[in-house]
Design a protein around this ligand. Structure first.
Ligand code: ASP
Length: 321
């Protein structure tokens, strides 16, 4: 009884907060809304718009997230995902991606080269193989067998940046300086099913063969059809230490809102990563009621939220001053 009162109160105050202050509390006023799609960073806006076309015509959340993140993968201006992504230290663009459905089916690729849409390869790994992940040459071979085109993904712009890095080796990633990172996207469709996708070129100038959190189910992405979904961006080496996306979903299962769950996961991340002040991490989450939430470790983490009220960019709350 007490708990029910609390939940009702939360719902009422959330509604009150939502009216007339759209910019401040998008995660609250989205309550009980379907469909909804949320994605990391500024480039999440364009990705959301594509996902929304699928969702608003009663498409599935799974189709929506794949369609959505393909926009960032194909955009040469987004230098941390797909085509135009910054290469590893050997000048090779290697891509990681994962996708997960409400019924726990999942697929992923890691260290995949020459294929513009790793998310679609990940989906086919899920749908057409008995496995969940393919990496490197094996992933490329599978993609080619499935009819994907082999392409040069290193744009002149990314090549020039890499050559400059090679010449000076002084490039040190600055937290959020470029404000475009991995795209993680979560959606709830009109049928009430949730799905997620995550795709990245990973850390610029990483060692060849390095794989981050993004294609790792439970770390960079997790979906549970009974609870909701979460995805991550930021330093993969820190995120995997706490299996962050799985943790966030479990925290929601225990009754936390998506925002609370993201915040609690960041508190855990701090405990397990002594160098936390030097890194950035951002989480977004969505539950089956259509409530969304996000939290960044440092200031500057943004996300895009599309509800029936529209598509907007929001700055997430952050943990550190
Ligand atoms: N999480 C990604 C990785 O570690 C990078 C990012 O989100 O910027 O590969």
């Amino acid at each position: 009884m007490r708990r029910r009162n609390f939940l009702q109160l939360t719902a009422l105050s959330s509604f009150a907060l939502g009216v007339g202050c759209k910019q401040e509390k998008p995660s609250q006023y989205a309550e009980s809304m379907k469909p909804v799609v949320i994605a990391t960073w500024n480039h999440g806006l364009a990705a959301n718009a594509a996902a929304w076309k699928v969702l608003s015509s009663n498409g599935t959340a799974l189709d929506a997230v794949e369609t959505g993140v393909r926009v960032s993968e194909a955009d040469p201006q987004v230098d941390s995902v797909g085509y135009g992504g910054l290469p590893d230290r050997d000048g090779r663009v290697t891509l990681d991606a994962a996708i997960m459905a409400h019924d726990s089916r999942c697929g992923a690729v890691a260290a995949l080269e020459h294929i513009m849409h790793p998310i679609s390869v990940a989906r086919l790994v899920m749908e057409k193989t008995p496995h969940w992940m393919l990496v490197g040459e094996g992933a490329l071979q599978f993609a080619l067998e499935q009819g994907f085109k082999k392409e040069n993904l290193l744009t002149p712009q990314a090549k020039a940046a890499w050559e400059q890095w090679l010449a000076t080796k002084t490039y040190k990633p600055t937290i959020n300086a470029e404000n475009h990172d991995t795209i993680g996207m979560l959606a709830l469709d009109t049928a009430g099913h949730v799905a997620g996708a995550c795709t990245t070129s990973g850390l610029a100038y990483k060692m060849h063969g390095r794989v981050g959190d993004s294609p790792i189910i439970g770390a960079g992405l997790f979906v549970d059809g009974d609870v909701g979904a979460a995805t991550a961006t930021g330093l993969g080496e820190a995120i995997v230490r706490i299996a962050a996306s799985h943790l966030i979903v479990e925290l929601m299962r225990q009754g936390n809102t998506p925002e609370q769950a993201c915040k609690l996961a960041l508190e855990r991340l701090i405990q397990k990563n002594p160098h936390y002040k030097e890194i950035q991490v951002g989480f977004i989450a969505l539950n089956l009621q259509g409530q969304t939430g996000a939290y960044g470790l440092q200031k500057g983490f943004t996300y895009a939220l599309h509800t029936p009220q529209g598509n907007q960019l929001v700055e997430a709350p952050h943990l550190l001053a």
